[in-house]
Design a protein around this ligand. Structure first.
Ligand code: HSE
Length: 436
């Protein structure tokens, strides 16, 4: 049924919820002019409706009962902004079953339960907007799903966690340790009180799972993503990387080729001259290489009240347009095929260039021993740095490799780490760069 106005209810009145309410209320007239019909925010639900928020609300709009939105026959679109899996999942499923369209920013939920939720939405002919779930204010879902629809995407990689990018930027610019940079990020409110999801790469992997599914038509494969965070990165490695012409970024990488897709999140050395290497602080960027358009890069704010609200608003407007024109379902959800014929590459089979840093005793024969083990595992060395000389003491020994296979690298490092002249475990950073 076509409607002349669209009514919205928001569940979750935190940072992003406040931003979305602000846009809907303060830009009411502009939105009506742009859309050609009014968008009405009728209810906002949150467990805490007493908290002071810097926004003027119409009387009676707040409720602490989400069911007042989920069961309200007047509400067309439910915006879920509470985050986490429970009770967000139950609210979304109830909204769908009650015939309401849904907009969510919930990357953790979609990455882990998304296949089921998208299937339920499709079955019930409900639209599920998720623009805000990946890279905040950057309209990357719209880019992949609509703007690049005529492309076969080969590579998508991105800096999609602002907190870890802020920390790495601090460590690079001020030569401080990870723990100090993290404290500063927390003091500024960038990192969560429990920053595990940000610094261990989990938040990036959630977003990559969604982006890769959309880009390659594969099931949402969060559990198959190789994930490594930034907690072991040191200023020493950042310095060596710089000397070699690279910056270290937490990169979420998805590549398609030969019927396989590889998915990984880890600290990555990128040539300084790449545009994405200069995406610093809390900014995000997504690089896409596709067959028709070639290489393209999308840059912007990946988190925060208004950038994320901007993305949520884009979904609300799209769905509202479809409701008022009788074209619900115009754009497919995540577009997963029933029987995907693409395999997720095993981590062991990933091919990359590598940076290794060992602590080695500066004695004759150490270098040849390490090089010998690498050679025996088909790992070819591109360059070596060893500068300091402290007799009988361990000094950093850095090696860059040509392309090598992850399985061979692990086997070689297992042997090298056991050498009596090498102390501790090697630091390994993968390099994302075209071989010249
Ligand atoms: N914790 C996330 C980040 C927030 O730092 O990017 C946005 O998803």
């Amino acid at each position: 049924m076509k409607k002349s106005q669209v009514t919205v209810g928001i569940i979750g009145f935190g940072t992003v919820g406040t931003g979305v309410a602000r846009i809907l209320l303060e830009k009411k007239d502009e939105l009506k002019r742009r859309l050609g019909f009014p968008l009405v925010l009728s209810k906002i639900a949150d467990i805490d409706i007493k908290k002071k928020r810097d926004i003027k609300l119409p009387k009676g709009i707040l409720t602490n009962n989400a069911n007042e939105i989920l069961d309200d026959p007047e509400i067309d679109i439910v915006v879920e902004l509470i985050g986490g899996v429970h009770p967000a999942k139950d609210f979304i499923i109830k909204a769908i079953k009650n015939g309401k369209h849904v907009v969510t920013a919930n990357k953790a939920l979609l990455a882990t339960e998304g296949s089921n939720i998208f299937a339920i939405a499709k079955k019930n002919k409900i639209e599920l907007g998720f623009e805000a779930s990946v890279a905040g204010g950057i309209p990357i879902i719209k880019v992949v799903r609509e703007a690049l629809v005529g492309n076969r995407i080969k590579t998508v990689y991105g800096i999609i966690n602002g907190t870890s990018n802020y920390i790495l930027t601090k460590m690079t610019e001020e030569k401080v340790e990870f723990s100090q940079a993290l404290k500063e990020a927390q003091a500024l409110g960038y990192a969560e009180a429990d920053p595990t999801f940000d610094v261990e790469g989990i938040d990036s992997a959630h977003k990559l799972a969604i982006l890769a599914s959309l880009s390659f038509g594969i099931p949402i494969s969060f559990s198959k993503i190789y994930t490594e965070g930034i907690t072991k990165i040191t200023p020493l490695d950042i310095d060596f990387a710089s000397e070699l012409g690279y910056k270290i970024k937490l990169l979420a990488i998805a590549k398609q080729g030969n019927g396989e897709v590889e998915l990984r999140v880890h600290p990555t050395m990128l040539p300084k001259e790449y545009l994405i290497s200069n995406v610093d602080r809390v900014f995000n960027a997504v690089y896409i290489d596709a067959d028709a358009v070639g290489a393209s890069l999308y840059y912007g704010r990946g988190a925060g009240e208004m950038p994320t609200a901007s993305a949520v608003m884009s979904d609300i407007a799209d769905i509202a347009r479809n409701i008022t024109t009788g074209s619900v379902g115009r754009i497919q959800g995540i577009g997963m095929p029933e029987k995907p014929n693409v395999r997720i590459k095993h981590t062991d089979d990933i091919v990359s260039r590598y940076y290794f840093r060992f602590w080695a005793i500066d004695k004759p024969g150490v270098l040849s021993k390490i090089a010998g083990i690498l050679g025996a595992h088909n790992i070819s060395i591109e360059s070596v740095i060893q500068k300091v000389r402290k007799k009988e003491k361990a000094v950093p020994l850095v090696m860059m490799t040509h392309e090598a296979r992850e399985r061979d690298v692990r086997a070689a490092l297992k042997k090298i780490d056991k050498l009596p002249l090498v102390s501790g475990k090697a630091t390994v950073i993968r390099v994302e760069a075209r071989e010249e």
